[in-house]
Design a protein around this ligand. Sequence first.
Ligand SMILES: NC(=O)c1ccc[n+]([C@@H]2O[C@H](COP(=O)([O-])OP(=O)(O)OC[C@H]3O[C@@H](n4cnc5c(N)ncnc54)[C@H](OP(=O)(O)O)[C@@H]3O)[C@@H](O)[C@H]2O)c1
Length: 328
Amino acid sequence: MNKFNALRVFSEGGDVFPRVTEIALDELAAGDVVFKTAYSSVNYKDALAATGAGKIIRKFPLTGGIDAAGTVVSSSDGRFKAGDEIICTSYDMGVAHDGGYSQYCRVPAGWVVPLPKTLSLFEAMALGTAGYTAALAIHLLEQNDMQPASGKVLVNGATGGVATLCIDMLSALGYQVTALTGKDGEHAFLKKIGAAEVLARKGLDMGSRPLEKALWSAAFDSVGGEQLGWLTRTMQPSGVIASFGNAGGIELNTTVLPFILRGVRLIGVDSGFTPMPLRRKVWQRLATDLKPRHLADIASTITMSDLPAYFEKMLKGETRGRAVVRIS
Ligand SMILES: NC(=O)c1ccc[n+]([C@@H]2O[C@H](COP(=O)([O-])OP(=O)(O)OC[C@H]3O[C@@H](n4cnc5c(N)ncnc54)[C@H](OP(=O)(O)O)[C@@H]3O)[C@@H](O)[C@H]2O)c1
């Protein structure tokens, strides 16, 4: 196999930066499965990693991209064979193992999920880690008694990748979704993908009492910081919060009162190292009952050379929905 293109992340003179460059297969991290990448995607973690805004990458240079979907070229593991269509997301992809922004990838077989029959490779990456995280969060809150009849569900960072997919999936399941966004120009878009109402971040009165008016039966938090503190104080009795994001900060200032007087539950969601049986189950749900209805509105397509500019926009909170990266 000749050399091929990859977006590699370098660390030089204290600067971390991405660059499209040529690489050979034997320069990639070791693995049992080699696949030709069709699509990758952009997650917040990719933007943090490739720009150095977050200390995500553990060895340089490294091919970026925590997500990839493509077709197996060769496999030394009996579970996969040439021609199989597969998804590989999370684990150490784009962190300590060469990731998905590459025309070919080589990964451990234990990280690979067969592409479900009712998803295309493009759809798998329109979902990617963002869709997987949204579905995992819904799955975990359902196990904690979340039900449409219990009341309104709040989704913040609403125009983001995880949040847009959450809104789409929740509305299809019959939930009344309130979307909280910093983008005044996107209220109509949020309603189109399933929000019943939209709250503007600007001017939102968060109050300061340990317990405020109880508003939400469930909440999906991309933002963390001040907004997560506010959510704990405004949950209904027995309300459940999925905490998976930190786009607005890593702090959490609250008191124990929401937990001991309202029975509020705070559920952590980590998409990175979900055990494979649960990972496959969630991907199967993404291909069936949780398959979003508005992927065409939520996802746009970019190329590898568009990535550096896209990362900068994402870190400024200026992107909307999901970017699928066309690789081959
Ligand atoms: N735990 C996990 O396994 C896991 C998996 C995937 C993602 N995540 C995390 O989840 C979060 C969302 O990821 P994503 O890929 O969906 O990112 P994204 O597309 O960039 O979405 C984040 C959204 O948050 C809002 N936002 C940005 N900066 C903000 C600020 N300073 N204050 C308040 N809101 C702000 C923006 O929405 P509006 O403009 O609409 O308000 C933005 O679109 C990230 O923190 C990411 O690291 C975690």
